[in-house]
Write a protein that binds this ligand. Structure first.
Ligand SMILES: Nc1ccn([C@@H]2O[C@H](COP(=O)(O)O)[C@@H](O)[C@H]2O)c(=O)n1
Ligand SMILES: C[C@@]1(CO)OP(=O)(O)OP(=O)(O)OC[C@H]1O
Length: 158
């Protein structure tokens, strides 16, 4: 059996925040703001995994009105969802992600991000792909107001 899921998320830039993408802190003059650590990429992977198992979305499981998730480490949220995915007998086929950011340049950090996502999903790095694109200075990403991310995941069960 196979299942597919997709995720999409956006977070806004703010001063005085670290920029955390895919569980990796990336040097930049601003970071993303959210109820949690605002890791836009891990949120998309979490939503993709939930989508594949028909599990709703990240906000349903970890409401942004709940103080328990204030400044939450998004890696922990993904690990909690992934434990449910595994408990249902699913294994990762592959996950493919796109980060939309005008700046900073993601290329120097992609390998570390891939490795971290593979670790969180108990998978080989070859099962995880992470891409980055600008939006050619167009729209909210192009104006550097925030960063968006997309993910598609394939799950397999014998
Ligand atoms: N934040 C980003 C955006 C892009 N890249 C890399 O640059 C390549 C070209 O981007 P375009 O938006 O001009 O197509 C892209 O394929 C990425 O390799 C990046 O590292 N960080
Ligand atoms: C992760 C949660 C919970 O801390 O908060 P945010 O960091 O605001 O992120 P969002 O992508 O809006 O989704 C779900 C939230 O409930």
């Amino acid at each position: 059996m196979i299942r597919i899921g997709q995720g999409f998320d956006v977070h806004e830039f703010a001063e005085g925040r670290p920029l955390i993408i895919g569980g990796v802190t990336i040097p930049h003059e601003r970071g993303l703001i959210g109820h949690s650590d605002a890791d836009v990429l891990l949120h998309t992977v979490t939503d993709a995994a939930l989508g594949a198992i028909g599990g709703g979305d990240i906000g349903h499981h970890f409401p942004d009105t709940d103080e328990a998730f204030k400044d939450a480490d998004s890696a922990v949220l993904l690990e909690r969802v992934w434990a449910d995915v595994k408990a249902q007998g699913w294994k990762l086929g592959n996950v493919d992600c796109t980060i939309m950011a005008q700046r900073p340049k993601m290329a120097p950090h992609i390998d570390k991000i891939r490795t971290r996502i593979a670790e969180l999903l108990h998978a080989d790095v070859s099962q995880v792909n992470v891409k980055a694109t600008t939006t050619e200075k167009l729209g909210f990403v192009g104006r550097e107001e925030g960063i968006a991310a997309l993910a598609v995941i394939l799950l397999e069960k014998a």
